[in-house]
Design a protein around this ligand. Structure first.
Ligand SMILES: *Cc1c(COP(=O)(O)O)cnc(C)c1O
Length: 397
């Protein structure tokens, strides 16, 4: 059994704050500042360039890839780290399309995160006018997986509502018509058990600053199924994805397996911070995390629905059909969230009217959820949100 009191004690959580936004940016692992300080002084400071070999910086993306890979059910050696998630979406989609050269349609849904759709648009534009991005309602994805689809590009858990797609079923349907899949696990990795290998996913990508707690700007990950890892050709063919980066050949030869998905110099400081977060993940079992996440989200939904009739549940009521977040609709959702933040309950807002709350069992418990429910109830009952200062939109919502 996971000792959640022990994992909670590993995070630096400010006094007086109930942090329900770990789905956007995970909190600081207590070990991170000292680990980074040591890395900077002992490795960067003293080893200088020799740190790439001596301190193992060059091996970090694959080592951490395996640690993240454990949480998403990947085979060892088939996940690597680097770049941002948007870049990894582009890379995975480009490689998948190249493996499917006789088909030109990418299928996605309008619950996907806009950046994934934007990256696909940009890629397809450069590939040519015969390529098409087909965007349907989330409920209509399955029936739209037809013989002309090259790649099914789907985010498993909807960033606004938390609605969860069935990865195994959609992947099986895609394969049955000869399509490949690119799964975005941004709201899945560290949120619920994922089995990329078990589901037969072809490519998977995700970020590490949300549920995985790697810190702002932490790098993304990419998984390529072993059956494609030696055939997929990266469109972003940087030197660190080359077979022999230090041979300085004039032309590109893809590296071994998923290593070819590396592009340029890895973000060593960020990867070092992520290591401290992964040390905490080593203490957790994903099945325990999921069971507790469901208990916390059920407690929250019941409490809010009983106390705040103005808030309308935007997430699936069936726990099995949602990720680890709960969203409510409210016309003045932005102002209400600002009022909540002023009272120490931190969630976030997604236009046009979604108040979003993330539940992260590593550091949120029943007492936090009870306290959050009573503060939200207060803010709603007393219309604390109805003040001009709460209605001014900041750049990041
Ligand atoms: C958070 C998120 C992103 C963000 O991409 P970055 O390049 O890391 O900024 C992309 N896609 C999805 C589905 C996300 O949830």
């Amino acid at each position: 059994m996971t000792d959640f009191a022990a994992t909670k004690a590993m995070f630096d959580l400010p006094q007086g704050v109930i942090y329900l936004d770990g789905n956007s940016l995970g909190p600081l692992p207590k070990a991170a500042p000292a680990r980074l300080d040591r890395m900077m002084r002992k490795e960067w400071g003293e080893m200088l360039i020799t740190g790439w070999n001596k301190a193992g910086w060059m091996a970090q993306p694959m080592e951490l890839g395996d640690r993240v890979g454990k949480l998403i059910g990947a085979e060892p050696g088939h996940v690597t780290m680097g770049d941002t998630l948007s870049i990894k979406v582009y890379q995975a989609l480009a490689s998948a399309l190249e493996l499917q050269s006789d088909r030109k349609v990418v299928l996605s849904d309008n619950g996907n995160f806009p950046s994934d759709l934007y990256m696909a648009e940009g890629l397809l534009r450069t590939l040519g006018p015969e390529y098409e991005l087909r965007v349907v309602d989330p409920e209509a994805v399955e029936e739209n997986i037809t013989e002309d689809i090259a790649v099914l590009m789907i985010t498993e858990v909807d960033y606004r509502t938390g609605r969860k797609h069935n990865m195994a079923a959609l992947t099986a349907k895609a394969h049955a018509v000869g399509a490949l899949t690119v799964w975005d696990l941004a709201h899945s990795a560290g949120a619920l058990p994922v089995e990329v290998a078990g589901a037969g996913a072809d490519f998977a990508v995700g970020c590490t600053y949300k549920y995985l707690n790697g810190g702002p700007g932490a790098p993304a990950f990419i998984y390529v199924a072993p059956r494609h890892a030696g055939r997929a050709v990266p469109a972003l063919s940087g030197w660190l994805g080359h077979k022999a980066p230090f041979a300085f050949d004039l032309s590109y030869r893809p590296g071994t397996g998923v290593e070819r998905m590396r592009v340029g110099t890895p973000p060593v400081l960020q990867l070092t911070a992520l290591e401290t977060a992964m040390d905490i993940w080593d203490m957790a079992d994903m099945a325990d995390v999921r069971a507790r996440s469901i208990a916390l989200t059920e407690q929250f939904i019941a409490g809010i629905e009983a106390a705040c009739p103005e808030l309308e549940l935007a997430s699936p009521r069936d726990a099995e059909a949602r990720g680890s977040q709960v969203s409510f609709r409210f016309v003045e959702g932005y102002a209400a969230m600002q009022a909540l933040i002023a009272r120490g309950v931190i969630g976030d807002f997604r236009a046009p009217d979604i108040m979003r709350f993330g539940f992260t069992p590593l550091y949120i418990d029943e007492a936090d959820v009870s306290a959050a429910i009573s503060i939200i109830s207060d803010v709603m009952t007393n219309k604390e949100w109805d003040r001009a200062e709460y209605k001014v939109r900041a750049a990041v919502t």
